[in-house]
Design a protein around this ligand. Structure first.
Ligand code: SAM
Length: 179
């Protein structure tokens, strides 16, 4: 896509213990696939730490923060809201309209953990399904972001990184980045 306004990802719900890895992966996926910011529930402090550490090591820009009022953020959002849910409209039917809107207005992408309050379905500009089958918020987020950015996020350059992975046919090569 040519240009986008900022894209933020809001994680709704987090069950300490059970959701640690999923919430962390929501943050890491948001960062890796082109969002500008992730907002996690306060209970997800260790996920926040991990996302920030990865950003420090592998670069940004990317913001990670917590909130104790995720529904307040959603209701007060000045922009468009996309809620990922298996009950929504197929992503392939609405991606063009979302992309168009994202050219001029900040986008909030909402992903759930446990049962999502019905309010969210009403506040959202789009309830979007990545297939109408149950799966994972991480998978849904990845597909949505890739459709939104039309693959351009894969070419992204990172700034302020300490290290950089050098793509290899085999093995693992990571270089230190000298400023
Ligand atoms: N059972 C919960 C409910 O009915 O609200 C959802 C649990 S699901 C594991 C957690 C999150 O994954 C959902 O809130 C949604 O954001 C995302 N998700 C799961 N399947 C999806 C799909 N097919 N399309 C888009 N998002 C999906």
């Amino acid at each position: 896509m040519d240009e986008t306004s900022p894209v933020a990802v809001l994680r709704l719900g987090h069950r300490p213990g059970r959701d640690e890895r999923m919430t962390t992966h929501v943050g890491l996926t948001a960062r890796a696939l082109g969002a500008d910011r992730v907002i996690l529930p306060t209970a997800a402090g260790s996920s926040l730490e991990t996302v920030r550490e990865v950003t420090d090591r592998f670069g940004g820009p990317f913001e990670a923060e917590t909130t104790d009022a995720p529904l307040g953020i959603l209701r007060g959002w000045e922009g468009a809201v996309v809620h990922l849910t298996m009950y929504g409209q197929p992503v392939q039917d609405v991606e063009g309209a979302i992309r168009e809107r994202a050219r001029s207005t900040p986008l909030l992408v909402v992903v759930g953990a446990e049962k999502v309050p019905f309010d969210v379905y009403e506040v959202a500009d789009w309830n979007v399904a990545v297939t109408n089958q149950p799966h994972s918020e991480v998978a849904g987020l990845a597909v949505l972001l890739d459709r939104l950015f039309e693959g351009e996020e894969l070419e992204r350059e990172w700034t302020d990184a300490d290290r950089r992975v050098v793509p290899s046919e085999r093995g693992k090569r990571v270089d230190s980045v000298e400023e």
